[in-house]
Design a protein. Structure first.
Length: 133
């Protein structure tokens, strides 16, 4: 069990775990902004070995997110859906928010960003029930 899983074990609901994940990851990137700039830079010269390692870590993170979402559905906290694609949406959102924090010129209100992301995840984009449309 790694440090992220240990931190998430302190929370019960899928939403609390996702919120904690966003808060922790963004805080980590903010604290280690210079290192993150190097690692997230598109022009970073990496060896094939490092590229493969990054891809493996990304697949592992996506798998863990999908499992987290599936466990939330099993507890009726979220609806059943394609957990792999939902994990990609969550992971992509986390990556974009992290890039904005690391590379953005404007100071980012980290807490407000997390609140807005969680609002979208909890309440969706469409008012009411999508299935009735």
């Amino acid at each position: 069990q790694d440090i992220v899983e240990k931190k998430l074990d302190n929370f019960d609901s899928v939403y609390d775990k996702l919120q904690a994940l966003f808060e922790w990851k963004l805080s980590f990137l903010k604290e280690h902004r210079d290192m993150a700039r190097l690692l997230l830079a598109d022009q970073l010269p990496v060896t094939e070995e490092i590229r493969i390692w990054f891809q493996e870590k990304e697949r592992e993170n996506l798998r863990r997110l999908a499992q987290l979402l599936e466990s939330g559905a099993q507890r009726s906290e979220i609806r059943e859906l394609n957990y792999d694609q939902a994990a990609q949406v969550v992971f992509g959102t986390l990556m974009i928010a992290g890039r904005q924090l690391v590379f953005g010129d404007e100071p980012l209100d980290q807490q407000k960003v997390v609140e807005n992301i969680m609002d979208i995840l909890k309440n969706g984009l469409v008012p009411g029930t999508w299935g009735n449309r």
